[in-house]
Ligand binder design. Structure first.
Ligand code: SF4
Ligand code: SF4
Length: 174
């Protein structure tokens, strides 16, 4: 997809690189916008952000993208590990040994990316029990969205939905 989305995708392809370039081009402008949002959040911000989040995800089909599953990957909580290991009928220790590592911040993350549970059809093979971080990504339905400005800016380079979310939010603030 080579242009900003105003309607549901008509193609089977989301041009991730194009979105990443756009996000990089607009990084300065978006940083300024989000800082201003934090300084003076509008009264209805949570409502507006939720509306935009819903609008964006009614236009974007994640199954045609899966870029978060290919590039970012979740942080694993102990509850995630237990739930997924059980689902796969594996012992927790074996599961961790097979799939996870501890990163420089002490967080449990995948040993390799793309996510080993991403199917060849770009669908999640453990969808019902997927980690909490996967369920919550890209966090655009959060209250007080300005509290995660740094994350939103970073995610805009990986997630077309976040890029669109910021663009729409800017329009609604004018
Ligand atoms: S959440 Fe974002 S990066 Fe992940 S699949 Fe959906 S649009 Fe793509
Ligand atoms: S567990 Fe599923 S939703 Fe999470 S990164 Fe892997 S494929 Fe994506």
């Amino acid at each position: 997809m080579m242009k900003a989305m105003t309607k549901k995708y008509a193609t089977d392809f989301i041009d991730i690189e194009h979105y990443r370039d756009l996000a990089k081009q607009k990084q300065k402008e978006n940083t300024k916008f989000l800082i201003a949002l934090k300084k003076k959040p509008p009264k209805q911000l949570d409502k507006i952000a939720l509306e935009i989040h819903q609008e964006v995800f009614s236009e974007i089909d994640c199954t045609k993208c899966a870029n978060c599953c290919k590039t970012l990957g979740p942080l694993w909580t102990e509850a995630d590990i237990e739930r997924v290991a059980k689902f796969l009928r594996m012992k927790v220790g074996d599961f961790e040994k097979a799939y996870l590592r501890v990163d420089e911040d002490g967080d449990k993350v995948f040993q390799t990316m793309p996510c080993p549970f991403l199917g060849s059809d770009d669908l999640c093979t453990i969808y019902e029990v997927r980690p909490k971080a996967c369920r919550e990504f890209p966090h655009t339905d959060r209250k007080k969205i300005y509290q995660i400005n740094h994350l939103t800016l970073k995610n805009a380079e990986y997630c077309p939905a976040v890029y669109e979310f910021i663009e729409k939010l800017k329009t609604r603030q004018k």
